[in-house]
Design a protein around this ligand. Structure first.
Ligand SMILES: [Zn+2]
Length: 245
């Protein structure tokens, strides 16, 4: 009986919370689109995405894997013409399992490859799988990064240090990442719903992958249309930090 009452209470709270979210959710006004660029991303799909973003006059942040940049330096140069280039490590390891020297080598190598290609400083980092620890944050500070975007918004027990954090937005603690909605929950429509709706006054930070989002490019285009007609403002992560300062 006690268990039933507990389950009933939790369900009631979830329903009330969903109701509040429904009535307080609105078109996001500040949107930070980001893409984690990996070896599974093809130059063709990347160019298609860049053309879509250009049509909407949107600048985004691309967290690029060092190995991708080594393979397609000219694509990285093209991305850099209108977007921010940031680091997604050299080879996509799970950072918590690396030694300190391995962590340093992964971020240093990636940063230097990207900076050599673009001729500009790379100051942002996103950990593969959003797996971040305090030790990695310390490495980022020592290696000259300005911000990290690997923490999940509203998630308890995320590490903190003396580095700017741009947390990935979440709903019921599920990060607003295309991969989760497309392949884990298997509800891409929910991803597009959350992309076009946000909690009141919140900044929407979206984590996408080119080879995932371009499988539903029409829905993505439609979402950008909705955001644009709702007067959303799109920032790169660095421009957002500068404007916030
Ligand atoms: Zn990744």
């Amino acid at each position: 009986m006690k268990l039933l009452i507990t389950v009933f209470s939790i369900l009631t709270l979830i329903i009330i919370y969903s109701g509040i979210m429904h009535f307080t959710s609105t078109a996001p006004k500040t949107v930070l689109l980001s893409f984690d660029v990996e070896l599974g991303d093809s130059p063709e799909q990347t160019m298609e995405l860049l053309s879509t973003l250009k049509d909407f006059n949107i600048s985004a942040t691309f967290f690029i894997l060092g190995k991708f940049a080594e393979k397609y330096p000219e694509i990285v140069q093209t991305i850099a013409e209108n977007h921010e280039i940031a680091c997604h490590s050299y080879s996509h390891p799970k950072f918590p399992f690396l030694s300190e020297d391995e962590k340093i080598s992964e971020v240093r190598k990636c940063k230097s490859i990207l900076e050599n290609i673009t001729g500009r400083p790379v100051v942002g980092f996103r950990a593969p799988y959003l797996l971040i620890t305090g030790q990695t944050l310390k490495v980022l500070i020592a290696e000259g990064f300005d911000y990290d975007s690997s923490v999940i918004d509203n998630f308890p027990f995320m590490p903190k240090d003396n580095i700017e954090e741009i947390p990935v937005s979440s709903n019921f603690l599920v990060p607003l990442m295309d991969y989760n909605y497309f392949y884990v929950i298997r509800k891409p429509s929910s991803f597009f719903y959350h992309l076009t709706h946000a909690r009141k006054n919140s900044v929407s930070v979206v984590d996408m992958h080119i080879h995932v989002i371009m499988t539903q490019s029409e829905d993505f285009n439609q979402s950008l249309n909705i955001l644009r007609s709702g007067n959303a403002v799109f920032w790169t992560m660095s421009d957002y930090l500068e404007a916030r300062a």
